[in-house]
Design a protein around this ligand. Structure first.
Ligand code: GTP
Ligand code: SPV
Ligand code: MN
Length: 608
């Protein structure tokens, strides 16, 4: 009897499991050699048992239920705190298919490396089998996957972030395409060896095989490195499936917006990591009569509906949101969402058994246990919560969740926004002249790097479509794909408007010029009044801008000079941007679509 057969006898595959899944699980078990295999059913009892087990093992701390019912704190290994882009690989058949913005590895070579790494990597541990659906169960727009993992923290997190369990498993039939995702923390236990609260490995590989729709992740238990349904599947692998099938997988939030006249719009918006998606997704407008409701906060799958219109679903079931900066004044909806039933990772622990992070309240408590488990006071001179600390919570707990957030047909998208974190140059809002210009705006997003990935925070980098770390194929082909989607939309006469925004422009003293957060509703108002044909715009070299009185600034404490600075276009700086864009495009070896190149020429001619 094989080891896999022996281990499977202690937790047999459920009756509804398709043989293709059972055989694959067997194969992985044969390589990774776990002590036990557990097929997860997704029930609350199962989740509770895992949570209790993790509290007992020290992985989780149960928070004080008087303040934060049924909630937990996890502290990661201090070297496992964010996505590792340098260790993220796309193993397509050729390097050209991955493109210059991805780390390509030859698939055969990578399989050999992974074979060595995963051999026996789950010894002494339990391998959990987690079937999941991305998107509502059974929706024509949804996709199925199965992740195996040796991390109970990952199981509990995936249970919140996806529709996980037996119902998803039973949807896998003879002809179902499903994504295989293998995850190991890479920390096998010898007999008698004590475990640590957050097992991981210094060596990390986050690996994707786009052709076979497979993911192999080794060495990390943090966020996108380990919750493979999210960035690895719903963006990197899904973007390739989408290219092949004619739809789009994007790093976008989705909102439903109702204007004072009662007209309903849906908006999808792409911002790089930690640049404001969750905040915009949960925004409470400061202007009267406008309502914003949440459909999704991180990922959108968009495609043409039977009616020829662009429709989108949020493939996720939860939020894995940035904690720092999330407070009553900035994002009250998020604060209401995380009242309980929440896993917090790498935030600080208060003496009363609740959590805290920078920006939750305006003044810090006198004493905390910081994210590394050390005593902390305001005099410590370091953040109490890690800058990439996060909350994991079910979307259905969000008080502004939209009634159509699980519509199996998706919601009709009326406008698309691209944004980045730019201290200079980029105006508060610009409207694209047409779809092609909008694709150019998306293709040329640059943004100051945040703590969401390892790297130097604040460094300006190109992040086209906010997909730099998430596009599973050549980025230039992604732009071509967007252009072709635009052409198909044009046939049905319903091309969404495209806008660019920048909430992060700073004055000479380094202070944000724009108040942001709920005040961003003023920018939404302008954009959607444009969509509704209610307001004029003026030409600029960058695109269409609000006229002088076009943006509603009533009641804002902004003087004329500040408003002018928010919209200032420095011609010389933009010529430099154009040169940088030319250099960036040149890295794609002639693959940048003609229509995108043409937009650069148009920009240059308008700059004079
Ligand atoms: P990922 O989950 O990493 O993809 O991030 P995200 O795009 O959802 O970013 P999120 O909304 O969590 O915001 C990240 C940080 O930006 C938080 O600290 C926010 O407080 C801050 N932020 C969000 N919106 C604004 C804004 O309008 N103005 C300013 N100044 N900061 C903002
Ligand atoms: C991001 O970095 O864009 C995130 C967090 O949303 S993670 O899931 O770690 O990718
Ligand atoms: Mn994200």
């Amino acid at each position: 009897m094989s080891l896999a057969e022996m281990t499977r006898t202690d937790s047999p595959a459920p009756d509804g499991a398709h043989p293709s899944v059972v055989e694959w699980v067997d194969d992985i078990a044969r390589v990774t050699e776990p002590d036990h295999i557990v097929w997860c059913n997704g029930s609350p009892a199962e989740w509770d048992a895992l949570a209790r087990q993790m509290v007992a093992s020290g992985t989780l701390t149960r928070l004080n239920a008087d303040h934060r019912p049924y909630s937990f704190l996890a502290r990661s290994d201090p070297n496992d705190v964010a996505r590792v882009e340098e260790r993220t690989f796309i193993c397509s058949a050729t390097p050209e298919e991955a493109g210059p913005t991805n780390n390509w590895r030859e698939p055969g070579e990578m399989r050999a490396t992974l074979g060595r790494l995963f051999h026996g990597s789950m010894r002494g541990r339990t391998m959990y089998v987690i079937p999941f659906s991305m998107g509502p169960l059974g929706s024509p727009l949804s996709k199925l996957g199965v992740q195996v993992t040796d991390s109970p923290y990952v199981v509990a997190s995936m249970g919140i972030m996806t529709r996980m369990g037996t119902a998803a498993l039973e949807l896998i039939g003879d002809r179902t395409q499903w994504v295989r995702a293998v995850h190991s923390v890479g920390a096998p236990l010898e007999a008698g060896q004590d475990d640590v609260p957050w097992p991981c490995n210094e060596t990390k590989y986050i690996t994707h095989f786009p052709e076979s729709r497979e993911i192999w992740s080794f060495g990390s238990a943090y966020g996108g490195n380990a919750l493979l349904a999210k960035k690895a599947f719903a963006l990197r692998i899904a973007s390739v499936i989408a290219r092949d099938e004619g739809w789009l997988a994007e790093h976008m939030l989705i909102i439903k917006v109702t204007n004072p006249r009662g007209r309903v719009f849906h908006v999808a918006a792409a911002f790089p990591s930690a640049c404001g998606k969750t905040n915009l997704a949960m925004m409470q407008p400061t202007i009267p009569g406008w309502k914003v409701e949440t459909v999704g906060d991180d990922i959108a799958w968009l495609g043409l509906g039977d009616d020829g219109r662009l429709r989108a679903i949020n493939p996720e079931a939860g939020f894995f949101g940035v904690a720092p900066g999330t407070g009553i004044s900035s994002n009250p909806t998020a604060i209401d969402t995380i009242w309980g039933n929440t896993i917090f990772t790498n935030v600080a622990l208060r003496d009363d058994g609740d959590v805290w992070w920078e920006g939750l309240t305006s003044t810090a408590p006198d004493h905390l246990i910081d994210w590394e488990g050390k005593h902390w006071s305001p005099a410590s001179g370091r953040p109490a919560a890690h800058p990439n600390s996060r909350f994991t919570v079910a979307a259905r707990q969000c008080p502004t969740i939209s009634d159509d957030w699980e519509d199996p047909q998706g919601v009709v998208i009326d406008a698309i926004i691209f944004g980045g974190r730019r201290a200079t140059n980029v105006p508060l809002v610009v409207e694209a002249r047409d779809w092609e210009h909008g694709v150019y705006l998306g293709a040329t997003i640059s943004s100051e790097q945040t703590a969401a990935a390892e790297g130097t925070v604040g460094e300006l980098r190109r992040d086209p479509f906010a997909m730099l770390p998430f596009c599973g194929y050549n980025m230039a082909d992604h732009w071509a794909h967007w252009l072709s989607v635009g052409q198909r939309l044009r046939k049905s006469g319903t091309v969404p408007r495209i806008f660019q925004v920048n909430w992060f422009r700073k004055d000479q003293d380094g202070k944000f010029l724009w108040p942001g957060f709920g005040e961003n509703s003023r920018v939404l108002e302008w954009m959607l009044e444009r969509v509704d044909g209610q307001v004029a715009a003026k030409e600029s070299p960058l695109g269409l801008l609000p006229t002088d009185d076009g943006l509603n600034l009533d009641g804002l404490d902004l003087n004329g000079a500040q408003v002018a600075e928010l919209f200032a276009i420095d011609t010389e700086a933009w010529k430099t941007e154009a040169d940088a864009t030319e250099q960036f495009f040149a890295t794609f070896d002639g693959r940048v679509p003609e229509a995108v190149q043409k937009q650069l020429a148009v920009l240059r001619s308008k700059l004079g």
